[in-house]
Design a protein around this ligand. Sequence first.
Ligand SMILES: Nc1ncnc2c1ncn2[C@@H]1O[C@H](COP(=O)(O)OP(=O)(O)OP(=O)(O)O)[C@@H](O)[C@H]1O
Ligand SMILES: [Mg+2]
Length: 321
Amino acid sequence: MSTARDTLASARTSPQTDPRTDGHTDAQTDAQTPPALLQVESLAKRYTLPRASIVGAAPELQALAGIDFTLHRGRSLGVVGESGSGKSTLARLVMALEAPTAGRVVFDGQDLHALGSAALRRARAGFQMVFQDPYGSLDPRRRVGQTVTEPLALLGGVPAAERRERAVEVLEAVGLGAADLDKVPHEFSGGQRQRIAIARALVTRPKLIVADEPVSALDVSVQAQVLNLMQDLQDRWGITYLFISHDLAVVDLVCDEVLVLQHGHAVEHGAAAEVLRAPRHPYTQRLLAALPGAGRPGSAPGAESAPPTPAAASSLRGDAR
Ligand SMILES: Nc1ncnc2c1ncn2[C@@H]1O[C@H](COP(=O)(O)OP(=O)(O)OP(=O)(O)O)[C@@H](O)[C@H]1O
Ligand SMILES: [Mg+2]
């Protein structure tokens, strides 16, 4: 029916992409589990809100209330939850864009929030971010070459000629090329702009990419292409993803594990196959029940062109995970 389904389904049934989808639990795969890349320990963030009046304490909001997880190399962890559940807060803390109120983010053996600024700048080569909005996240006046090489310029120490070479390398990896270096964002479609954003994230050769709703702003057929590209890059270069999405169907298609956030608490965490087929927590059950699908209340007109529900995705893949 939709290109998204077909493309995603064929990608997920290809033998090259199968090793991460065997459906075993952590306990069953311990022997083959790759080393940890990211350890998030008791991570918490409390924001102080503006006072409503001049008397009394400023109100506080617990955006993240103590999160723990380990993400292994080459794996994908999907973070799901309703708006305001703390997904982007988690992303900002993992990316060390904001300091936590408590807890640690250990990336590749380094406690990121304990690093000095020079060490943190060097560490940033190892983790990069892709944002939701490919229109807002690219500077409209900057040429693609400058946009894509920006993380290398920030890192310092990479000569201009090498920066250009690396830009061509990553543009080619995302299906663009040297001819695009001097163009500006408005010359590209939304999907192409997101490819440029992914190229920029790849240019430092990171081990981890944090993607915050990377396909939510794209048309469904384009979503499939971008998701396939991300999986391709993972298979080729062993990239690890922290993949944030409110869309459980997308997470089901691309992630090995799922972490469910509700009001800053992790209410469920496990293999995607288990959490999305047999959710234990009532909140996860409600999220799944709210997915658009045949006969479900709240199905929008045209919902048939939306990404498949997890159950549909499973049957499309023809697997039994
Ligand atoms: N800088 C801030 N100051 C105060 N409150 C904040 C700040 N950033 C986030 N919050 C609050 O923290 C909570 C979690 O926000 P967050 O952006 O992490 O949610 P989210 O799960 O990413 O939501 P969405 O799906 O809408 O993107 C929300 O209640 C939000 O209003
Ligand atoms: Mg968010």
